[in-house]
Design a protein around this ligand. Structure first.
Ligand code: C2E
Ligand code: MG
Ligand code: MG
Length: 751
């Protein structure tokens, strides 16, 4: 191709062949000048023609600047030029195009990548020159290099990543790194093209994973989560997964998944959870044990407290009625007295004792007795003020502590208590009534301390009983004196036996029909050096209350039978010796055997001894009395009921008493002459005794009229001053010896 053909021509279009050629050449020039690539015609290394693009590529302002220049200058160096020539020309010489990419040099000296495509104009004649199409591919080369480096980096990352990375498209593996394969137990390349289904446990899991990813993928966000997957060998694999669509706009381009084995962590977590659960269980168990222990402890403490409370209750309260007992009463009294002293206020202490309560117990049973006490306790408590105390000392003894109460108030309370106690009690379909005796002591008049007040109230109560029961008494100075006297007597009586101050005297008992002395009653005497003679009526109750009566009674019995022995030995005709028995002796279990022993000691026949028991004592415990009397009867000892007529004997029991004799109380005998009632009573007693086949003896017979009346009524025996006062043993013997019965006239010889 001639070089001028490439130079722009401005020849007009012609119809002749030359013109047409020119036209064609012009058209070609336009094409060349406007081609996007550089085109050059080189002949003998000289640039013959080139288009503007070519000049632009090499940095020349005008293509003309290049014309005539050596093409060698456009190469980085001569070697490069030659090397190209050596490679290109053999190829081009075969008529083929030679194509290469080569570094070229711009006019500025800067090198750049260019793509070169050359061909010879005439392969047969290389000297005819060659045409080269040149394009600046420097930019493209740089991009390629960059891409290459990025790709290399990527590969590096992929190859050396510790996490498994997989690229999926259509849920199939397009690429994955070694770590991914290793993680799931596959060999290199084994996963390529395969479905992701294989590392899911089930179809459902696989489906679910797809659904979970879709939304974040479409929104351009990453999906993050933990998944339980499986290795090739089926073993489970806990993975932490992060995945993202390569292009959120076009999900068909697939996604990248980064997976990390968290099995160890998961196992550790599971172990941790298990350990935590175990720990929690342990803690729960411990907590349970602890709470059980605490509960048990609390229960113990509760029981302890209850026990203590119970002990307190037992220690301070009466078990039957729940009322404060003596101990608590004592404490409360001390407090109340302290307050009363400080504030100068009065205080009243009431002793309440039921009359004949023993009868209730004995005849109706202890259950009824207990019930009655409980009901009475309730009534009393309900009737009193809050600051008052009702205490039970035991038995049927109650104490009322009334702070701030004077004599008037105390009397009101006593009257109220009387009323409450006497109101009928309904127990087991029975209606019971009892009467109380109440003694009242006042602070500060009667005493400053609890003990003194108690003693005073007790004395007053005792006097209320003596005064006919069913009433209340205030403590008085006279009572005080009497109680002092009792105390004095008791102290003196303790020494009376050992100091030989006791002695017996004997009062004859006369048979009405024969007029003879058929018996004697032994009566105790006490002469104290300072107190003088003390009446048994006074000291016997003291001896009974102090328990001294047992020793004294035994002494009396022994002395009496010994005396009788002496008399009999001395030739006195046989007579019955009557000895008085105290209720305390009578209730003593040892009595019958003691009596037998003493009789045996004295060598006396039991029939010579007659034991006198007062009617009251016999009736307090009739059944017990019957048993003892039976026993004594068996032993051959005789029994007489003393003071008969004062004890309200039940005829029922009387029948069963193994008594030989009823001793008509002297109070009836005394007034026989004047009191028609007494006459009637005496008459009744005698006829009753007769019907019971008992003998009668009247005591306290002082006058002939009394004697006559008694004789007229058929009384069997008499005893009294009319015949003789009680006499010392020696005098009695003399009396018996001197005594001459005058049966015909009924006269008696008295000393
Ligand atoms: P008692 O057993 O009823 O004794 C009869 C009491 O009447 C005696 O009083 C006696 O001295 C008195 N007496 C006898 N004849 C007459 C009379 O004609 N007129 C008057 N006014 N009195 C007469 P005493 O000796 O003072 O005894 C009083 C009570 O003491 C006795 O009553 C008896 O219950 C008790 N007693 C006396 N000695 C003993 C004893 O050794 N043991 C026991 N337990 N009690 C005794
Ligand atoms: Mg007597
Ligand atoms: Mg008597």
């Amino acid at each position: 191709m001639p070089s001028q053909d490439l130079v722009p021509l401005d020849a007009p279009a012609a119809a002749d062949p030359h013109q047409r050629l020119i036209q064609a050449l012009r058209e070609r020039d336009v094409i060349l000048d406007n081609a996007g690539v550089g085109i050059v015609f080189v002949k003998q290394r000289v640039i013959m023609r080139c288009n503007q693009r070519y000049a632009d590529i090499f940095g020349y302002a005008d293509a003309a600047e290049l014309l005539g220049g050596s093409s060698v200058d456009l190469y980085p160096d001569v070697q490069a030029f030659k090397r190209l020539g050596a490679e290109a020309y053999p190829v081009m010489a075969t008529g083929q195009r030679y194509k290469t990419e080569q570094r070229m040099k711009r006019v500025s000296g800067g090198l750049f990548w260019a793509s070169l495509t050359g061909c010879l104009i005439d392969p047969a004649d290389p000297a005819a020159g060659s045409i080269w199409i040149v394009d600046d591919i420097d930019e493209q080369k740089r991009a390629e290099a960059e891409l290459h480096s990025i790709t290399a980096e990527q590969q590096l990352i992929l190859d050396h990543s510790m996490v498994g990375i997989v690229f999926l498209r259509g849920r199939r593996v397009t690429r994955c790194n070694r770590a991914f394969e290793t993680l799931f137990g596959y060999g290199p390349g084994e996963l390529d093209g395969s479905s992701s289904r294989q590392w899911y446990l089930s179809d459902a899991d696989w489906e679910l994973a797809g659904q979970r990813c879709y939304e974040p993928f479409a929104a351009g966000r990453a999906f993050e989560g933990e998944m339980l997957l499986r290795r090739k060998d089926g073993s489970p694999l806990h993975c932490e997964v992060r995945s993202k669509a390569i292009d959120a706009q076009d999900l068909s381009l697939g996604s990248i998944w980064i997976t990390m084995d968290i099995t160890a962590r998961k196992n550790a977590e599971l172990a941790l959870v298990a350990a935590k659960q175990e720990l929690e269980q342990l803690v729960q168990q411990r907590t349970r044990q602890l709470s059980e222990t605490v509960q048990a402890l609390e229960q113990k403490v509760r029981e302890q407290r209850e026990a203590e409370a119970h002990i307190q209750q037992l220690a301070h309260f009466d078990a039957l009625t729940g009322l404060p007992n003596r101990l608590l009463l004592d404490q409360r009294s001390q407090q109340a007295l302290d307050i009363a002293r400080r504030q100068g206020e009065p205080l009243a202490l009431l002793f309440l004792d039921l009359d004949h309560f023993k009868n209730v117990n004995d005849s109706l049973g202890h259950r009824v007795g207990d019930e009655l006490l409980k009901l009475l306790a309730q009534r009393l408590t309900a009737a009193l003020r809050e600051q008052d105390t009702v205490a039970r000392l035991g038995g049927d003894e109650f104490v009322l502590l009334l702070p701030g109460t004077d004599a008037q108030g105390a009397a009101r309370v006593a009257a109220k208590a009387m009323e409450l106690a006497t109101k009928p009690f309904q127990i087991e379909r029975m209606e019971l009534t009892v009467t109380p005796s109440i003694g009242i002591a006042l602070h500060p008049g009667d005493g400053a301390d609890f003990e003194t007040l108690c003693r005073c109230a007790d004395i007053a109560m005792y006097r209320a009983k003596q005064g006919g029961r069913n009433g209340f008494r205030f403590f008085t100075g006279e009572m005080q004196a009497q109680s002092l006297r009792a105390l004095q007597l008791e102290n003196a009586l303790r020494r009376a036996l050992e100091r030989d101050q006791l002695w017996l005297c004997y009062q004859p008992q006369i048979c009405m029909s024969s007029g003879r002395v058929i018996g004697a009653e032994a009566l105790l005497r006490w002469s104290h050096p300072e107190l003088g003679p003390v009446s048994p009526a006074e000291f016997i109750p003291v001896a009974e209350a102090s328990g001294l009566i047992l020793a004294i009674g035994e002494w009396v019995l022994r002395s009496a039978v010994r005396q009788l022995r002496q008399w009999l030995d001395g030739g006195m005709p046989a007579l019955t010796l009557a000895v008085n028995l105290s209720s305390v002796q009578f209730r003593h279990a040892d009595l019958p055997s003691l009596v037998s022993r003493l009789l045996a000691e004295a060598g006396l026949s039991p029939g010579l001894l007659e034991l006198e028991l007062t009617e009251g004592v016999a009736m307090v415990d009739p059944l017990g009395a019957i048993a003892v009397m039976n026993d004594l009867h068996e032993r051959g000892v005789r029994m007489a009921i003393d003071d008969f007529g004062t004890g309200y004997s039940s005829l029922n029991y009387l029948k069963k008493f193994r008594a030989n004799k009823l001793k008509i109380d002297q109070s009836f005998v005394r007034d026989i002459g004047s009191d028609p009632d007494d006459k009637a009573i005496v008459r009744a007693i005698i006829s009753m005794a007769r019907s019971l086949e008992m003998r009668t003896i009247a005591e306290g017979v002082e006058t002939r009229d009394q004697l006559d009346f008694l004789r007229a009524q058929g009384c069997d025996e008499v005893q009294g001053y009319l015949f003789s006062r009680p006499l010392p043993a020696e005098d009695f013997r003399a009396f018996v010896t001197a005594y001459r019965p005058d049966v015909a006239t009924g006269r008696t010889a008295c000393r």
